[in-house]
Design a protein around this ligand. Structure first.
Ligand code: FES
Length: 374
């Protein structure tokens, strides 16, 4: 805004009596703005062409609203859980990411196209040249600027286009809801609602639902291929990632695949070297089986797999942000951003010599969540 004012500026009383057009004219003169070209888009109001243009803009905003509703519905209700290839619902699972991506993209695109079309079809064509000045704004500058902004609003004709206003509000509103749904979506389902089933945040696939034995199984790359683990399978200093298996799942493709895919199932089975001293966690003194210790593979920082084991120092490294967990001290964090120990799975051997889980983890695995106290 201008710092050098021409003489004879109106005082506050005169300003309050001036019309908006007069204030706009005064403001543009004071700002050294010269209007070189000005042309209304629709000099004759209410023509059929104008109505058509209005409906076209409204159509894009309506598309934005519909796509936003589609995104919200897919985000909340689409069957997103993994389904194995060749199973009935595999195609639905495969469509989840494309559907939420396409609906969100269409919502953003339609909002943008609607706004662009409105500018092209309804904002007057104007070419102005303004000299630049230094300095702050005086009361006169402020009053004229407010008038100019009001004038822009009036000339855009938005005030009298209620169809466009409503559809634009609807499109932007639904899009806003969709954007909010992403961070808030996790709170829509109550993790306490089924806290005793293996599907709640408090449990994992290691939970035995009806007293059935849960074996430690290795992943051979073929989910039909069930290989159970025995203590002698691991050399001293070695480690292996294992998953839960129940006899009732044998031959059931869906269950077998789920056990390997479920995010909180992977467990690192570690065999310490002879003579390596271990400090056990209070209350978990019998969770190991001899030199064999089983820890959740899911980092307690942000849930990456902590898969690098250094057998001499007993440190497990998470490659994401370099947290280190000490296997000699019940998986306690030694370095990095993680603050909680890796949960330990209580294990033993059954009468046939196979390693089994004595129960589920006794605490939630992975990163903390609001309801978790530790
Ligand atoms: S997820 Fe493991 S350190 Fe961040």
């Amino acid at each position: 805004m201008s710092g050098d004012k021409p003489n004879g500026l109106p005082d506050e009383a005169q300003l309050s009596k001036m019309s908006r057009d007069e204030l706009v004219k005064l403001g543009t003169e004071m700002d050294g703005v010269e209007l070189v070209h000005y042309e209304e888009r629709w000099p004759v109001k209410g023509t059929r062409a104008e109505k058509r243009a209005e409906r076209l803009v409204a159509l894009w905003f309506a598309i934005a609203a519909l796509a936003g509703v589609g995104f919200l519905a897919a985000f909340l209700f689409w069957p997103w859980k993994y389904e194995a290839p060749h199973t009935e619902n595999h195609w639905l699972y495969q469509l989840y990411t494309p559907v939420i991506g396409a609906t969100l993209a269409l919502s953003v695109l339609a909002l943008g196209v609607g706004a662009l079309l409105y500018t092209k079809k309804f904002i007057p064509e104007e070419l102005a040249v303004q000299q630049r000045h230094d300095g702050g704004s005086s009361p006169v500058d402020s009053a004229t600027l407010v008038a100019e902004l009001g004038d822009v609003g009036a000339r855009s004709t938005l005030g009298r286009r209620s169809l466009i206003k409503r559809t634009a509000g609807l499109g932007a509103g639904v899009f806003g809801l969709g954007v909010l749904a992403v961070p808030l979506g996790g709170m829509v389902k109550n993790p306490h609602a089924d806290s005793e089933t293996k599907d709640s945040l408090w449990h994992t696939g290691w939970k035995s639902e009806n007293g059935e034995k849960v074996y430690l199984r290795r992943h051979t790359g073929n989910f039909h291929d069930v290989e159970l683990v025995r203590p002698e399978d691991l050399d001293a200093g070695g480690f292996e990632t294992v998953f839960p298996f129940r006899e009732s799942e044998r031959g059931h493709e869906h269950e077998l695949v789920q056990a390997l895919k479920r995010a909180d199932n992977p467990v690192m089975l570690i065999r310490l070297r002879p003579g390596q001293a271990v400090t056990k966690r209070a209350g978990q003194e019998d969770f190991n089986y001899g030199d064999l210790y089983a820890y959740s593979k899911i980092c307690t920082h942000l849930g990456c797999p902590t898969s690098l084991y250094e057998q001499q120092t007993g440190l497990l490294l998470c490659p994401c942000h370099q947290s280190q967990f000490d296997v000699f001290h019940y998986g306690k964090p030694r370095f990095g951003p993680a603050t909680r120990a890796l949960p330990q799975l209580p294990i033993t051997v059954d009468e046939d010599g196979y390693l089994i889980a004595r129960s589920d983890f006794t605490e939630a695995v992975g990163p903390a969540f609001w309801e978790r106290k530790s």
